[in-house]
Design a protein around this ligand. Structure first.
Ligand code: HEM
Length: 307
């Protein structure tokens, strides 16, 4: 799944195929090294963040490893960005605006921003998409009626994908990849009678809040219909406070890849459900929460061709 996510973000962001989906991807292939370095960065970040910060004076093994992973991620993403830049420069003719990659559009505005954005996309757009896609497929596999309804929708001649989108929203409510949103206050605030001074770190535990009965009835159940119900229905999602469920964050720091991610996941899931009946054979999947959520393997999916 993370190979698909990397290939897709490379194509949309840089306008290039990275070759991640190739069957004989070796460990030293740049795409593979990029994928591993991103995984290491996220795995190690919590160990670095959650422990006393004396690493600068006494560099521990995880600290050295995360620095090496950041260097590899920067080196390989810079190489891909350079390749994309050369392709654009050597093309020698204009192409329609809608066919341009994100980096091509950004390079025309600001070179520094273009490079930073492309680099961040190749960091933030891999494990996030793969986690959410696995979670979404799991929910469809364990809720066959919802899966049948999605199949009916993707096979219909209509263009609406309302039910598919509602299923994705519901899956993100239950398993957002980032369990909590973090901010540092830039001024004093009073929230619920508590004074938050300037310059402190604040954690909004959105996953925890999204699983509270007072915001969502039957909060642990996968009920996509709550995103489609009208206001008179007790399930109506709008009864929850709008800041409770924020799987892509909020405000100026919110996820820049939201639309790309949603499209990637909707396209892949539609194709899978159109061709296969997906089921789950094994104990419930387990989530490990660190700086982001991760599923514990094995993945007990079964894919059978749709008759
Ligand atoms: C379903 C998949 C994804 C989820 C759930 C997700 C979620 C998030 C969240 C919660 C944040 C922090 C927002 C905040 O603090 O308010 C974030 C930031 C970010 N995301 Fe995503 N993301 C996903 C996919 C992607 C993809 C595909 C890309 C790139 C194409 C991307 C690029 C970024 C970047 C660059 C940031 C940092 C923004 C900043 O700090 O200004 N994300 N994402």
């Amino acid at each position: 799944m993370s190979k698909y996510a990397l290939e897709a973000v490379g194509f949309v962001g840089l306008g290039a195929r990275l070759g991640t989906l190739s069957e004989d991807l070796t460990e030293d292939h740049p795409a593979r090294r990029l994928q591993t370095s991103v995984k290491d960065i996220f795995d190690l970040a919590i160990r670095i963040e959650a422990r006393p910060k004396f690493m600068k004076h006494l560099p521990t093994a995880p600290y050295r490893k995360i620095l090496a992973a950041c260097d590899t991620q920067w080196e390989i993403s810079s190489m891909y960005i350079e390749q994309a830049r050369n392709t654009i420069k050597n093309r020698g003719h204009e192409i329609p605006e809608e066919d341009k990659s994100i980096i091509e559009k950004l390079l025309a505005i600001d070179e520094k921003v273009a490079v930073m954005m492309a680099n961040e996309m190749l960091l933030a757009g891999i494990d996030t998409v793969s986690f959410v896609t696995v979670g979404f497929l799991y929910h469809l596999a364990t809720n066959p009626q919802a899966q049948d309804r999605v199949r009916e929708e993707v096979r219909s001649t209509g263009t609406s994908r309302r039910y598919l989108k509602a299923c994705l929203k519901e899956s993100l409510r239950i398993w957002p990849v980032i369990p909590a949103n973090l901010r540092r206050t830039t001024r004093e605030h009073v929230v619920g009678g508590y004074l938050l001074p300037k310059g402190v770190e604040v954690i909004a535990p959105n996953e925890f809040l999204s699983k509270q009965e007072k915001y969502y009835p039957r909060p642990l159940e996968f009920i996509p219909e709550r995103w489609l119900a009208d206001k008179s229905d007790p399930l109506y999602y709008g009864n929850a406070h709008p800041m409770v469920t924020l799987p892509f964050g909020f405000g100026v720091c919110s996820c820049i890849g939201r639309r790309i991610a949603e499209l990637e996941i909707e396209i892949l899931t539609s194709a899978i459900v159109d061709n296969f009946v997906v089921s789950w054979h094994g104990p419930p999947i387990k989530v490990k929460t660190t700086i982001m959520n991760l599923f514990q393997k094995p993945y007990n999916f079964k894919f059978e061709s749709v008759k």
